[in-house]
Ligand binder design. Structure first.
Ligand code: GLC
Length: 542
């Protein structure tokens, strides 16, 4: 079956707005307090009205949910908490009817410890072919009581766990997520089969989890940061894997987006060569502080690193792993960094919201595609989760110092006057508690409010779809006062973002298309505000 092209062209992904659904927290269709596919299907009109081109679903497969579904027990089964495979197929078809593509999430670095392969490997014992699908090794020390090497974890805490027969297995994340051995042909074959399984069901694309971690130094040698080459991030063998994946995707017209966190721009761009991944998340932009010089440098660096390989940039403000945008931008340090996440950071939500609104217009005007994490269109803040309700393993593995990622995963508020803000139909309490005041963010209330975040996103996405100049294509910076970012796109579209405290005059224009907040009484653009302008007479063509 051919993959859908949501807006009728094979290049839709170069300019798309892709909405990230975290199914557990999006909408609950059966009233048990956990979001599910029935909930998503019922809310497809919300997504169509919002005007997104595609939905990326974080994993919906069978999973013990130790790491929110990134511990997959079976890729060909939908977890009963979320629904059935038949429902997933219906959802893909219904979204497609609305011109919305579906992107599924594949987690190739590891599986759940409940996956049939890992159960078989445990049962078969040392030296067995089943163990070769993973990284099992004897320990070090007199009695094998020490882990086989000193590799750092991606989640703090140990990277090796010992099993009853004395061997150890590698897991870059939790012990419930054993790493696969990507040097084994069966691992490659299985993943290509899984890709086909979902492409046959009409998905438009695949998001690749932890995409730069799969291949490991075969010697599993010790590693000292700053001394040795990294033993598992960005190994050269990965490119061959993704070239094979690309050949499979091309048969279906489907696309990839890789989760590639790499500081080196040249190494990052290698994943985006024409026969590898179509796109990768822009984490440099996600982590960038709300500071004009830094933003401009990040935008320029992004465009410069994508240009040689011909890949479109992606723009990401938030996802299910990081601090909500209105909260991050309302803090003294507006950068995102896993290492500095802490409890009790003072936050000015009103300021953060004003900046998040301006950032929405900035992001949507930049060349390429945009990812929008669920709840960002409602301006949800990061929630403080009571200690006894935290579920994220990142919190526990940090020894309790890291608040974890649950604060951006709180079930969405849909209906202000309903129990649990309308997350589900029944009295079932949401799996994570919604903070006081959550109902004020409900989608129904915001839909009726011209000044709401939802109204801003709806207007911006509608304009972006119907006006020339957005999405893939050139960007030209305009001269602007200190603290102001101003650029044009083809067709006379101009975006101005004022990050300075003082209001600034708008450049010459014919029409104000949209502002993130009111202009002042003299028609000037206040601080932390953005505007889209159209100038009919000027056509920028590079
Ligand atoms: C990715 C996911 C994250 C998950 C991790 C392990 O970073 O985004 O949520 O915990 O991979 O699969």
């Amino acid at each position: 079956m051919a993959a859908p092209h949501p807006h009728g062209t094979g290049d839709w992904w170069r300019s798309a707005v892709i909405y990230q659904v975290y199914p557990r927290s999006f909408a609950d269709g059966d009233g048990d307090g956990t979001g599910d596919l029935a909930g998503v299907r019922a809310r497809l009109p919300h997504l169509a009205e919002l005007g997104v081109d595609a939905l990326w679903f974080t994993p919906w497969y069978l999973s013990p949910l130790v790491d929110g579904g990134y511990d997959v027990a079976d890729y060909r089964t939908v977890d009963p908490a979320f629904g059935t495979l038949a429902e997933a197929e219906k959802l893909i078809a219904e979204a497609r009817e609305l011109g919305i593509g579906v992107i599924v999430d594949i987690v190739p670095n590891h599986v759940s410890d409940r996956h049939a392969w890992f159960r078989a490997a445990l049962a078969a014992g040392p030296g067995s072919p089943e163990r070769e699908l993973f990284h099992f090794r004897p320990g070090r020390g007199e009695h094998g009581e020490l882990p086989p090497n000193t590799w750092p974890s991606q989640f703090s805490g140990p990277t090796w766990t010992r099993v009853e027969d004395g061997e150890w297995y590698l897991h870059l994340f939790t012990p419930e997520q054993p790493d696969l051995n990507w040097a084994h042909p069966a691992v490659r074959q299985e993943h290509e089969d899984v890709l086909r399984f979902w492409f046959e069901r009409g998905v438009a694309g695949v998001r690749i989890d932890s995409a730069a971690l799969l291949a490991k130094d075969p010697a599993l040698a010790d590693f000292t940061e700053g001394v040795d080459p990294h033993p598992y991030i960005d190994q050269d063998e990965l490119h061959d894997i993704y070239r094979s994946w690309r050949a499979v995707a091309d048969e279906y017209g489907a696309v990839f987006v890789g989760e590639v966190w790499l500081p080196d721009a040249e190494r990052f761009a290698r994943y985006l060569r024409p026969d590898e991944l179509h796109t990768a998340f822009n984490f440099a932009f996600l982590a960038c502080p709300w500071e004009p010089g830094r933003l401009r440098r990040t935008i320029d660096a992004t465009l410069a690193e994508h240009a040689p390989v011909g890949a479109p940039a992606t723009w990401v403000l938030c996802n299910h792993d990081v601090t909500r945008t209105v909260t991050r931008y309302g803090r003294a340090d507006t950068a995102f960094d896993f290492a500095t996440k802490a409890f009790g950071t003072p936050t000015d939500i009103a300021l953060g919201t004003r900046r998040a609104r301006a950032a929405a217009l900035l992001t949507l005007a930049l060349p390429g595609s945009v990812y929008l994490y669920q709840g960002e269109e409602l301006g949800l803040p990061e929630a403080d989760i009571p200690l006894d309700r935290i579920q994220d393993p990142m919190h526990f593995r940090s020894g309790g110092t890291d608040p974890g990622r649950d604060g951006c995963r709180v079930p969405l508020p849909w209906t202000a006057d309903a129990p649990h803000a309308g997350f589900g139909p029944g009295p079932g309490a949401p799996w994570l508690p919604q903070p006081d005041g959550w109902a004020a963010y409900a989608a129904d209330r915001q839909a009726a409010d011209p000044g709401s975040m939802l109204t801003l996103y709806r207007r911006a996405l509608r304009l972006r779809r119907t006006t020339r100049g957005f999405g893939d294509g050139p960007l030209t910076w305009l001269p602007a006062p200190d603290g102001v970012l101003a650029f044009t796109r083809p067709g006379g579209l101009t975006c101005v973002v004022n990050l300075a405290p003082e209001p600034v005059r708008l450049p010459a224009h014919d029409t104000v298309l949209l502002t993130s907040g009111p202009l002042d009484e003299d028609g000037r653009l206040p601080g932390d505000t953005a505007v889209w302008l159209r100038s009919g007479s000027r056509v920028e063509e590079d």
